[in-house]
Write a protein of this length. Structure first.
Lengths: 125, 237
């Protein structure tokens, strides 16, 4: 890859890193998720900036051109990360459902037995 | 000593039918407790249930039929009921059939009794795509667990508390084929009792056009998961 191309990718990567850090700073992104993206951007920058890695990659994955190898890696990464986020979303959905169910059951139990209400109120104080 | 029975009625926007269901249940099954799971209804369902003085599990937002039913099952377990019955709030199920289902559960050694639309007269009219799906899933139960269940998607069921625990702790969608397979693999006995089911007169079905594709895929996946679950449990023993 030409020096101009390497500089462009590295600057873009640097911009992504600053953006990620700012998202963490403003509490819009968990540090654990930021770390995944940070590593992905860093990996891509290293891969493209070091000619030995870029030339060795096609051989490693059985591709003809470096661009094909990078596309394949990017596709695998996106696939894995989408599954990861689907899992995270499912965990949150399950927790939300359990919370809603617990609220409804607690509400009815308190109505049926006011003693329960007193206990839960004093526990909250 | 007679068994304690709880009737669970998940309801979403059923203001036109809920009064009739609850009134008829009071007449036909006076000894059984009832709880309406109000699944975030936007109409007057919740108010009607409160005005009638009936028990209500009020969900703050709509979480879907399966999870609403699961809430009722959890409540049944918390309150230590021996038997729970699930029935729809849209007027399709007849309250008169509830004592029949409970009797069938008590008089047989079954753990789950399904109120079936198709095992006897088969007079219930259903769209052709759903009927074909029903037949497919019916034969699938025979293939998977060696027992043909004619109505795998019936919402009218009675089950014992032990079976209820298995269902709640397993992977849960609508308490259909996936739960039947789950129970069957754990040697719980399932029987079907013919019931009369009416056409829905008011409101909308929970099955959308998208569910023609989505429902079978989800059901089959959960059935595979039930098999994996049973395999893992057998291995861990």
């Amino acid at each position: 890859m030409s020096l101009q191309g390497i500089l462009f990718i590295d600057l873009l990567g640097l911009g992504f890193m600053i953006w990620l850090l700012n998202l963490v700073r403003t509490k819009k992104l968990y540090i654990s998720y930021a770390a995944i993206w940070f590593l992905a951007v860093l990996g891509m920058m290293i891969l493209i900036s070091v000619p030995a890695f870029l030339n060795g990659l096609p051989q490693l994955v059985g591709a003809t051109y470096p661009a094909s190898a990078i596309s394949l890696l990017a596709f695998i990464f996106i696939f894995v990360i989408l599954i990861f986020f689907s899992v995270q979303l499912s965990i949150i959905s399950t927790r939300q459902t359990e919370l809603i169910q617990a609220m409804a059951i607690k509400g009815l139990l308190e109505q049926e037995d006011p003693a329960n209400q007193k206990i839960s109120h004093s526990a909250n104080q | 000593m007679s068994a304690s029975v709880l009737i669970i009625i998940p309801a979403y926007n059923e203001e036109k039918t809920i009064t009739s269901i609850l009134t008829r249940l009071r007449q036909e099954a006076p000894d059984y407790d009832r709880v309406v799971v109000n699944d975030g209804s936007k109409d007057a369902t919740g108010k009607i249930v409160t005005d009638l003085g009936e028990k209500q599990l009020s969900l703050p937002c709509n979480i879907g039929y399966g999870h609403a039913l699961q809430t009722g099952l959890k409540y049944g377990l918390v309150q230590s009921y021996d038997i729970v019955v699930s029935m729809d709030a849209d007027g399709q199920h007849q309250p008169e059939d509830v004592p029949r289902l409970v009797k069938a559960l008590q008089e047989s050694d079954a753990d789950l009794v399904i109120g079936s639309r198709f095992c006897d007269t088969g007079s219930y009219n259903t769209p052709i795509n759903r009927r074909l799906g029903q037949i497919f899933f019916s034969y699938l139960t025979q293939l998977l667990v060696g027992q043909r269940i004619y109505d795998t998607s019936s919402g009218f069921k009675a089950l014992k508390s032990q079976a209820c625990k298995v269902i709640i702790n397993g992977n849960f969608m609508d308490f259909h084929l996936e739960s039947i397979v789950q129970l069957s693999l754990r040697k719980y006995k399932i029987i079907e009792v013919p019931v009369v089911v009416h056409e829905r007169k008011f409101g909308y079905s929970m099955h959308s056009i998208a569910s023609v594709f989505h429902y079978p895929i989800k059901t089959i996946l959960l059935t595979v998961v039930a098999f994996m679950d049973a395999f893992v449990i057998r291995r861990s023993r």
